[in-house]
Design a binder for this molecule. Structure first.
Ligand code: FES
Length: 180
């Protein structure tokens, strides 16, 4: 007659199961649906709270003043002349021009059509984009011919002594400051 096998259940399982799943039954950790729901709710709540905190911080943070960058000596830019510079960061190409009327103006050099670089064309008192023959008026950056439909972003200028400084960027199609 066979002896009763009083080994624990775990020990009676076929050996290959234990090799494949070497976790003891009594060491397993259960997670009930209720616990999972609690965990997910708490996690979601924390994420929502963190996002709201970031939004509040973003609204309270003071907006930094735009940088002031010396562009050129005003005397070095005669009527019809131009100077390339970068503003407000080293990644933003800009162009300072003196119109044929003798007024200093500065614009982003990035065409508002498909971002080619515009060049100064003093013979037409304009800025020209060679990619698709776009034209902008030098006096206010408005598009005058070709595919561009938006003004060039304008760089706000200040003249201090003989030095021309870039002190801000204006986007949009309204009027803007000029420097004689
Ligand atoms: S990119 Fe300037 S006209 Fe098209």
């Amino acid at each position: 007659m066979d002896e009763p096998d009083d080994r624990p259940d775990d020990a009676r399982r076929p050996r290959h199961w234990r090799e494949d799943f070497p976790v003891r039954w009594d060491e397993d950790h259960y997670l009930t649906r209720r616990e999972l729901a609690k965990f997910l709710t708490l996690g979601s709540g924390l994420l929502v709270g963190a996002n709201l905190g970031l939004v509040a911080l973003g609204r309270r943070a003071p907006r930094g003043r735009p940088p002031e960058v010396r562009v050129a000596s005003a005397a070095a830019v005669p009527p019809g002349g131009s100077v390339l510079f970068r503003y407000p960061t080293a990644e933003d190409p800009c162009i300072l021009v003196r119109t044929n009327a003798g007024v200093l103006k500065a614009y982003s050099q990035v065409c508002t059509h498909l971002s080619c670089a515009v060049v100064h064309r003093p013979d037409r008192d304009a800025l020209f984009c060679p990619c698709h023959l776009g034209w902008f008026a030098a006096e206010d950056g408005r598009p005058t011919a070709g595919p561009p439909e938006r003004h060039l972003p304008r760089i706000v200028l200040e003249v201090r002594g003989d030095d021309v400084y870039a002190v801000g960027v204006e986007r949009g199609d309204d009027g803007h400051a000029s420097v004689p």
